[in-house]
Design a binder for this molecule. Sequence first.
Ligand code: PLP
Length: 402
Amino acid sequence: MDKIVYLDNNATTKVDEKVLDEMLPYLKEEYANPSSMYDFSKKSSKAIKEARGKLKDFFNAADEKEIIFTSCGSESANTAIRGTLATDRTKKHIITTQIEHPCVLNVYKYLEKQGYSVDYIGVNSNGELNLDQLRNAIKEDTALVSVMWANNETGVLNPIGEISQIIKSKNPNTKFFVDGVQAAGKVPIDVQETGVDMVGISGHKLHAPKGVGALYVNSKTMITPLIIGGHQERGKRAGTENVPYIVGLGKAAELATDNMKYELTEVKRLRDKLEKGIIHNIYNARVNTGLAQRVPNTTNIGFEYIEGELILLHLSDLGICASSGSACTSGSLEPSHVLRAMNVPFTAIHGSIRWSLSRFTTEEEIDYVIEKLPKIIEEITAISPYQDELKALKEFKMAKSI
Ligand code: PLP
């Protein structure tokens, strides 16, 4: 297939050419181990230092010592959560949300089996967090709260600064980890302004390659390393540094800041155009997040009474890449835990599609989807077993638009 319209940037992103150019010398000539004594290693160690400085700026951290390089977003989350809890095993209560990525949710499930008591905070039908439930859940022995900055399926933003204040006012000793993977590069991440303790990000969601991530840990927060060995990353993460990828992440973070305005205006404009184009032309389409605040690149749209997987297959035939709100687990089609937590009606939950743009998405690509999608949906809708319900929905929508 020659034409690819890639609208699945929350799954992964293409590596920016400028990132690759910056990395290449460290994959070719500059291969020295940055910990070595000889002069040949100086360029590698300097490159890591510079990348750390770029990440410090990206997070608006107070000190570059607060940045730890990891291998991915999942490692950042595991290090933050398990690393914090390992420093004090007396506090046995932890809090997270029902809509976290599995790299947080499954760590919490694991910790539950290890004897921790867990509160999973819910969301409303737009995917917005129940802050009262969170406030009431914080106790004397709450060791950690983990809330994602933006949701990967819906793009809904959590009010991180406000949540931070709630936590610290109820229990100043409770640590706050934020999974920032889907917010990075889409909205500013300012750790000092929001007062968070830890934030994790992932390179491959940010136009850097897969296999690199970062974790911000403020200087007041102690963590025990997950990977024990050498003294790299100030003893917080052992293993010879992945110099080219760290350099790539540094460049990607710098470019993300440079492109933030474009992301918040132009990428948002294209996302809104796509969303409106779909909703106006397809009567059984609904935006699953209502009017919730979202990152600029994401929309999650439910197509009522039809199957998302079928839509994706038809889109794929045209070279259009999007993603289903449903995860296919061992042959059984499980609706997404995020959409279930939002109580998305059963009529739409199986037919929900996530569209996620990037700064490389073009207007022509959006127009192509708006042109092609109605016919696909019409064909799939024609074979739906819910014809009476669809007819009633169509009449209702037509009456509403008069
Ligand atoms: N957190 C969120 C919100 C994500 O969307 C993802 C990946 O999809 C991750 C964490 C995990 O990142 P990685 O694939 O780098 O481990």
